[in-house]
Design a protein around this ligand. Structure first.
Ligand SMILES: Cc1ncc(COP(=O)(O)O)c(C=O)c1O
Length: 396
């Protein structure tokens, strides 16, 4: 980990990046090469186990990737990081670095759809068992524990309900039972929440979202202890080959430099929009952790960094699927698509998109009504964002 400052903002700009030694270029150059030339001296050092600064082959690592990893490890307060070609690759590697056939893990029942498919379909074929829990009931976790349990997995903010698990309870449970804990910190980002400081062993991210933040990169990253990260890199990472391209790392590196500025604006506008939606007569519910009526408002206040509550707001209209689709179709500025954390305001309709394959009863049990719309609040002027929702809500 490379620490320039005790301040997040300074580390976001500087950590991991240095002017280029050869040319003095302030912004680090992009090394578009698949292989690296050996010298006798380099080979001698490499064979002696001193791999510092030695690059061998593009599937193993590239210099821009190293810089990106250092920046994110610093922001998360971790010793080391490993960047991957997508968020799903980061989650898969983080889990498969520990889990083998015959093992068992405990996961929060509300996880990203791709993660859920991995833990059910793929893990079932691999004979890895998963017990899903509500995430706020210690007795349920105790009942789920088995001699072969290895991991506790959770997301720092739940999608699309924007609720929170009892994160301190889940992390303490993992520690007390010698289980590895893994937190997907994609939604709050280290600007708002730093799971390693709360006892988590590993943090995973879809850097596709807020960390890159510009909607032009797909990537993931795992942050944690140097020993475990090196174990992942030198084994399963090498053999499965989920390496990110140098350009994806370069974009992520550039994006992360403004993470604090973007998050500040996302949080401020999301709070303003959430309050406006609360007062709208056609809106029956708003979920935003910054609102005092949010069930985990106090928890978010106690474990987050105090800089805000994120850029995601879910609201439910007084209507079902057709009405929600009508509102979405009437939006002019907010774009109708999956993904989140971009500069642009994005909306998605969970009942027909991310959670469309789930039976209506099960969706209702998960707290996802048909009239729910999830907003990833962008950094446009908030008055324009509100005006867009105002005119769309008038139309149904
Ligand atoms: C919380 C969360 N984790 C992981 C992922 C997967 O990331 P990626 O699409 O970069 O593979 C997503 C994607 O939406 C997500 O929302």
């Amino acid at each position: 980990m490379e620490m320039y400052s005790k301040n997040f903002e300074t580390n976001a700009v500087h950590a991991g990046q240095h002017p280029d030694g050869e040319t003095g270029a302030l912004v680090s150059p992009l090394y578009l090469t698949s292989t690296y030339v050996w010298t006798p001296e380099k080979m001698e050092r490499y064979l002696a186990g001193d791999k510092e600064g030695i690059f061998t082959y593009g599937r193993s690592r590239n210099p821009t990737q190293n810089m990106f990893q250092t920046k994110i490890a610093t922001l998360e307060g971790g010793e080391a990081a490993l960047a991957t070609g997508s968020g799903m690759a980061a989650i898969s590697l983080a889990l498969l670095g520990t889990l083998h056939a015959g093992d068992h893990m405990i996961s929060s029942g509300t996880v990203y759809g791709g993660t859920y498919a991995l833990m059910t379909k793929i893990f079932e074929e691999m004979r890895i068992e998963v017990t899903f829990v509500s995430g706020d009931d210690k007795a349920e976790m105790e009942a789920a524990l088995r001699p072969n349990t290895k991991i506790v997995y959770l997301e720092a903010m739940l999608n699309p309900t924007i609720r929170l698990n009892d994160i301190p309870m889940m992390l303490k449970f993992a520690k007390d039972n010698n289980l590895m804990s893994i937190v997907d910190n994609t939604f709050p980002t280290p600007y708002l929440f730093r799971p390693l400081e709360h006892g988590a062993d590993l943090v995973v991210h879809s850097t596709t979202k807020y960390i890159n933040g510009h909607g032009d990169h797909v990537g993931g990253i795992i942050v944690g202890g140097a020993e475990y990260i090196e174990k992942l890199r030198s084994s399963i990472y090498q053999e499965l080959g989920p390496v990110p391209s140098p350009f994806a790392c370069w974009l992520g590196l550039r994006g992360a430099k403004t993470l604090h500025l973007r998050m500040r604006q996302h949080c401020e506008s999301a709070m303003t929009l959430a309050k406006w939606l609360m007062a709208h007569p056609k809106v029956v519910d708003v979920s935003y952790p910054g609102l005092e009526n949010h069930p985990q408002h106090e928890l978010a206040k106690s474990i987050f960094t105090g800089k805000g509550f994120g850029g995601l707001v879910s609201f439910t209209i007084d209507g079902g699927i057709p009405e929600a689709q009508k509102v979405i179709n009437e939006l002019h500025m907010a774009q109708y698509c999956v993904s989140l954390g971009d500069l642009d305001t994005l909306v998605q309709h969970p009942a027909t998109m991310t959670h469309g394959k789930i039976e209506p009863d099960e969706r209702a049990r998960m707290g996802i009504p048909d009239g729910m719309i999830r907003i990833s609040v962008g950094i446009e002027n908030v008055e324009d964002i509100i005006a867009d929702f105002e005119q769309a809500l008038e139309k149904f």
